[in-house]
Ligand binder design. Structure first.
Ligand SMILES: [Zn+2]
Length: 328
């Protein structure tokens, strides 16, 4: 679906500069981009989850506050606002950081409490983890949390039961379903653009999939996290132009605060994990800076509001992709 008008980022009447956080609404033009940060520390990641126990997290020197503040400074320079999916464990320890993020005009959203991939949890454990995370976020920031992103994009065919729980817990949208083939995550057949899950009892939940581009008949993840660091920048530039101009869709970015921290302590782990985690950290900030120029960028919730009002959100049943509800 193409939207009318759009899409190089700046609408005809908005002037050449990226908009300020208080920019006037341009209701008929979709946002050029939506930005998201998964706020966690370098020792929380799935890549090292087989080496680092949850119980040992307090032993690691934390760098998440300073790295997140550097991102806030970078976003402010671009007038970019985004959604910060924050780990409950971090929010409990650093409530002032959560307040600082909210005060800068960004959306506060949930990235679980203890960063356990959903395939390691029972539905009951998932619900408890989510409640604890939401409570720490809402207590820290005094705002209601309506967006969720699973650790490691771990809503996959065998964990689709989580959608029902998210809807029951009052979430408006999820951003955990990556429509790609990957060794850990992904539902390759899921829609590439925002859609609505049709759930039980008339409930629904919106989905905002991370960005992909079609290449050689497959979906290629682009402009986020390791993909932004690992792929050559010419490929990212090509993909961003293609999504913005050819498909007429917003650019979605995701990243982690540790990805702009080349001097973080090095952890031991498998070769592939170390490659994915440490590769091109020193280039990330410049790459991000370049991408942010394609803005303005808004939080996911604002993108979703636009899509609900002006887009044509497809309705999708989870039954299309796997067992649902779970056979426990
Ligand atoms: Zn994460």
């Amino acid at each position: 679906m193409m939207h009318n008008g759009t899409v190089s980022g700046v609408s005809a009447s908005a002037g050449p500069e990226p908009a300020t956080p208080q920019r006037a609404a341009q209701p008929s033009l979709h946002p050029a981009g939506a930005l998201s940060v998964d706020v966690e520390d370098y020792f929380h990641v799935e890549a090292f989850a087989d080496r680092i126990r949850y119980e040992d997290w307090p032993c690691f020197p934390s760098r998440v506050v300073r790295n997140t503040q550097r991102l806030l400074e970078l976003f402010a320079r671009h007038g970019a606002r985004g959604t910060f999916f924050i780990l409950g464990w971090v929010a409990e320890r650093e409530p002032a950081l959560v307040r600082q993020i909210a005060a800068a005009g960004h959306e506060i959203a949930c990235h679980s409490y203890r960063h356990a991939a959903l395939w390691r949890l029972t539905p009951e454990e998932f619900r408890a983890d989510t409640r604890r995370a939401v409570q720490s976020l809402e207590e820290a920031a005094g705002v209601r949390v309506v967006g969720y992103r699973a650790p490691t994009f771990s809503i996959v065919p065998r964990t689709l039961w989580a959608l029902e729980i998210l809807a029951e817990e009052g979430f408006l949208y999820d951003s955990s379903v990556f429509p790609v083939v990957h060794d850990l995550y992904g539902i390759p057949q899921a829609p590439r653009f925002p859609f609505r899950w049709e759930l039980g009892a008339g409930r629904s939940l919106y989905e905002i999939p991370p960005m992909t581009v079609r290449l050689a008949g497959r979906n290629l993840a682009i402009a986020g996290g390791g993909y932004l660091r690992l792929y050559p920048m010419w490929l990212t530039r090509w993909a961003v132009r293609r999504v913005q101009h050819r498909e007429g869709r917003p650019v979605l970015i995701y990243l982690h605060p540790w990805e702009i921290d080349p001097t973080q302590p090095r952890l031991s782990g498998r070769w592939k994990s170390r490659f994915r985690h440490y590769r091109n950290l020193e280039q990330m900030e410049a790459r991000l800076d370049e991408l942010l120029r394609t803005g303005p960028f808004v939080p996911f919730r604002e993108l979703l509001e636009w899509e609900r009002q002006y887009g044509q959100l497809a309705s999708v049943s989870p039954l299309r992709f796997g067992r649902f509800p779970p056979e426990n």
